[in-house]
Each structure stands twice: as C-alpha cells, then as structure tokens.
Design a protein around this ligand. Structure first.
Ligand SMILES: NC(=O)c1ccc[n+]([C@@H]2O[C@H](COP(=O)([O-])OP(=O)(O)OC[C@H]3O[C@@H](n4cnc5c(N)ncnc54)[C@H](O)[C@@H]3O)[C@@H](O)[C@H]2O)c1
Length: 339
C-alpha cells in the first residue's frame, strides 16, 4: 500500500494506492464508522461487511435521489451516528456520490472516506469532492463540493466487476487521455479490456496515473472556475442524454465524446475523430445511437454549467489538447441540428 496526501483549499485527502480493504482498520477507527454500499457489493463480499454497521442501498443510478438520502439519514439516526462518526462509501460512483452528499449534510457535515469499486469511481467519481443526487432527468442537480478524508484502492475488488462496467470505466480513462495526455492515448491503443485485465502492472499504472491526473486538476481548480471544466469533455451532452435514455454513465459519456469531437471539427478544426472513435470501439464503447438532440438541447438549457445564454463546451484541438469554449444556445441549436 502506498500512501500519498493531497491538499485542497480547506482539507486534505489521504490516498492509498494499491491497498487492501483489510487495511481500512489502519486508516480509520472502524468502531466509529458506518458503511454505505449497494446490494451487489454486499452480496459479492459478505465477509468484508461482517460485524460492521452497514447501510445497503439498491444498486443503480435511479436510486441516486433525495428519497434514498432521506432513508439513509433515518438509518443514521437509528444507528445513533453523530459528529464523530465516519461514513465509508464502498461502491461505484453512485455510492460515492451519495455517501459524500449525506456526509456533507448530516449534522451539517461529518467525516467520510471511500473504497471505490469500479474503474470509473477509482479514476474519477470518488476523486475531487463533487457529490450529489439527481433530480428527475437532471443529473447531479443538487450537491456540494467536499473532499473525502481518505480514498483506498483495492484492485482485488475489480475481479467481480462485470465486463461492461470495465468498458464504462475506460470511457473516463479515454476522456483523460483525449483532454490531457496523448502518450496515454497511444498506450491505450495497444490494449483492449481483455488484455488490460490480464496485464495487472499496466492496469495498476493506469489506475494510479488517471487518479493522479484528476487529483492534480482538482488541486489547481477545486471549485471549477477554469481548468477543472476540461474534465467535462463528453459530459455536457452525455449528462443531457444519460437519464432521459436511462443510459449507464460511461455509455452516455462515450456518445458525448463523439458529439464533442464532431463539434470540435466544426469549431477548432479537430481532425482526429476517427482515432477517438476507433479507440472507444476497441474498448467496447458505443459511438452512435439514435438520440433526439433537440430534446437533449432543452435539457442543456437547464444545465448547471450554463452561463446565461451560453454553455461551456469542452472541445479538442488535437488528441491530448483541449479547450473550453462558451457556445451561445442559439448557435448550439444550429450546430446540433447539423450533427
Ligand atoms: N462525483 C464525480 O466527480 C463523478 C464523476 C464521474 C461520475 N460520477 C457519477 O458516478 C456514477 C457512475 O458510477 P459507476 O459507473 O461506478 O456506477 P455504479 O455505482 O452504478 O456501479 C455500476 C454497477 O456496478 C456494480 N458494482 C460496482 N462495483 C462492483 C464490483 N467490484 N463488483 C461487482 N459489481 C460492482 C454496482 O452495484 C452497479 O450495479 C454516476 O452517477 C455519475 O454521475 C461522479
């Protein structure tokens, strides 16, 4: 296990790379901890939760709602959780988002940490302090930014992760390579999900490198005034279609990246869409689907990232180099009609 501490504006996160679930007892006082997980993880790892106070949620994005938050809070009260309690979210991005949010509002804020169990949450969702819940079709409409006290990676937990969830996680890794790291893009071109699963060393390097990429962006711009917006590549349209079409997050992001590449062709002269498309397909991700883009446009007009009459889009100049460009809604409507 390799510990590295990352400092943010108001707090720090202790990151344990290549650790093991069992090491949690060395990281935090488990007698005063309460676990939040979902039914799939609880069923896959019953022994890990034996003797631990655990709240088990139904799995899936559709439960990332205020109703679930209310139920968790009722259970925290029943358990007698107080300001000395640490909440530990064990799961994918749905669990880490909801755990971070509950920890931010329960008794005006209690300590929390994560054991992310999907590729997506290891390299993205658990990192950076954004937490929250969906409101109807509007993704992450309510939430806060508050950093976890610790994040623990245990790669063993990935053994039970379904193959399609591996692909969705690689959507965020491909995103990182597109916006910031052309060398990583080239490395990814040499693998598939199957070969990377077998190459534990490269997988460990990628998980750490991607977590560090996100951590360093968040350290420089925790409250998303500038650079952090780049991480939204593929997410603007991705979020607009995710809940409407009930798509998994990584699936929607993959489609969102394809749309963002096409917009980039028109607005920055980006000329490598075919390479991005090929890499997404190589990792089993979707590159096309029948989507009502005008309906998605209506969702965008209510997006929390909008700024008056425009919305910031993340575009690629070339693979590894991205830019933030505000697009007025009237222009965006026309651009979407042309895709
Ligand atoms: N806060 C952020 O910065 C941020 C960033 C990216 C994504 N997100 C959010 O993350 C969510 C998506 O995360 P996700 O893709 O991890 O989804 P998820 O939490 O729904 O997990 C996907 C599925 O995999 C199962 N699972 C998880 N780990 C497993 C394991 N080790 N073995 C067996 N099954 C396992 C879960 O039970 C679930 O069914 C979305 O809500 C998205 O908005 C947040």
């Amino acid at each position: 296990m390799d510990k590295q501490v990352f400092h943010f504006t108001q707090s720090s996160t202790a990151f344990y790379f290549n650790g093991s679930f069992g090491a949690l007892k060395e990281i935090t006082d488990l007698k005063n901890a309460l676990f939040i997980t979902d039914e799939n993880l609880f069923a896959a790892y019953p022994k890990k939760f034996t003797g631990k106070r655990t709240i088990v949620l139904k799995a899936g994005e559709k439960y990332k709602t205020q109703t679930t938050v209310d139920k968790i809070i009722a259970q925290l009260i029943a358990y007698g959780a107080d300001r000395t309690t640490t909440l530990i979210g064990v799961g994918g991005g749905v669990i880490t988002d909801i755990t971070g949010y509950v920890a931010a509002v329960y008794m005006r804020g209690i300590r929390f940490g994560f054991v992310p169990t999907t590729i997506l949450s290891m390299v993205d969702a658990a990192i950076g302090g954004k937490n929250g819940i969906d409101v109807g079709i509007y993704k992450n409409m309510v939430g806060t930014i508050r950093q976890p006290a610790f994040i623990l990676h245990d790669h063993q937990l990935l053994q039970t992760l379904p193959q399609k969830e591996w692909a969705y996680g690689f959507a965020e890794i491909i995103k990182h390579s597109c916006i910031k790291d052309a060398a990583m893009f080239r490395l990814l071109q040499g693998f598939t999900i199957d070969t990377i699963r077998r190459d534990k060393k490269t997988l460990a390097t990628l998980l750490r490198q991607n977590a560090q990429l996100k951590l360093s962006v968040v350290q420089r711009d925790e409250f998303e005034k500038g650079e952090r917006k780049l991480l939204n590549f593929g997410h603007t349209l991705g979020h607009a279609i995710e809940n409407r079409y009930k798509l998994p997050h990584g699936y929607a992001v993959s489609l969102g990246m394809m749309y963002a590449c096409r917009l980039s062709e028109q607005l920055t002269g980006f000329a490598q869409t075919a390479q991005v498309q090929q890499l997404l397909q190589q990792y089993g991700l979707p590159v096309a689907k029948k989507i009502d883009l005008q309906a998605a446009f209506e969702v965008l007009t209510k997006d929390k990232k909008k700024d008056g009459n425009s919305i910031a889009f993340i575009l690629l100049e070339k693979i590894g180099t991205s830019t933030i460009q505000p697009i007025p809604f009237r222009e965006l409507k026309k651009l979407l009609a042309s895709l």
